[in-house]
Design a protein around this ligand. Structure first.
Ligand SMILES: CC(C)(COP(=O)(O)OP(=O)(O)OC[C@H]1O[C@@H](n2cnc3c(N)ncnc32)[C@H](O)[C@@H]1OP(=O)(O)O)[C@@H](O)C(=O)NCCC(=O)NCCS
Length: 209
């Protein structure tokens, strides 16, 4: 019986084979009060190139080239379409008019952990958008994936990102030096973690009052 199942499984294409829960790849569209998080597409390329071509953005994330060209944006959209096991990349857009604001996503670190990453175009900072997007993303990850924790990292100098991380309930784990593509060097980074039990506690807190 087992060998039949094995044979049957091997006769299917990789896409048709059932995936273990931990390796889920589905990235549903996410809705929040003011935002829609959906897959990036070709129509985003101009706005993406325009907003990402900013040293204040590139030097705060680990792998964004600077300067950032339309070709970089087109390449990014193409690569996100190819996907990766357990990986989700979202365009963050305004719910009322579809305006492209930035990107966020998750990437698997190991069997039980994914890491969250994000950036917004500078005109949209300090309006609570990233915290709202991160809440939606984190809820989706814990609800749809059999993982124990989500990690987040930010540069020591990144006050805004640290605040987003804190407002999502992440706990400080430690500091380290990490490579930054735009800086062309190692930079000091803080590492935070949100475990499932803490997330469940935060989610239920409001309902207990
Ligand atoms: C980091 C980033 C995503 C934050 O997005 P955002 O939508 O502005 O975040 P929010 O508005 O949800 O929250 C930002 C918080 O930081 C605070 N903040 C920002 N700059 C600050 C500063 N210089 N001093 C003190 N607080 C600051 C804001 O007041 C806000 O906190 P509050 O709601 O308690 O007042 C955005 O600034 C960005 O994309 N920066 C460049 C790329 C980047 O850093 N990506 C993250 C890599 S780890």
């Amino acid at each position: 019986m087992q060998s039949e199942l094995l044979r049957d499984d091997q006769s299917r294409s990789p896409e048709e084979r059932p995936r273990p829960e931990r390796l889920r790849t589905d990235c549903p569209v996410l809705l929040s009060e003011r935002l829609v998080l959906r897959a990036p597409h070709e129509e985003d390329i101009d706005a993406l190139a325009n907003l990402a071509n900013n040293a204040k953005v590139a030097t705060m994330v680990s792998r964004m080239p600077h300067p950032y060209t339309v070709n970089d944006a087109a390449d990014f959209v193409r690569r996100t379409k190819q996907g990766g096991i357990g990986k989700c990349v979202y365009a963050i857009t305004k719910a009322d008019n579809g305006l492209f604001l930035g990107c966020c996503g998750i990437e698997p670190i190991d069997d039980g952990t994914v890491e969250i990453g994000y950036w917004l175009g500078e005109p949209y900072w300090n309006r609570g958008y990233m915290t709202e997007a991160a809440h939606a993303l984190i809820d989706m990850v814990f609800r749809t994936r059999d993982i124990d924790q989500i990690d987040a990292r930010c540069r020591v100098v990144n006050i805004g990102s640290r605040r987003v991380i804190q407002k999502c309930g992440f706990q400080f784990q430690g500091s380290a030096m990490f490579p930054s593509l735009a800086m062309g060097s190692l930079v000091a980074v803080e590492w935070f973690r949100l475990d499932r039990k803490t997330w469940m506690s935060l989610r239920s807190w409001g309902g207990m009052r």
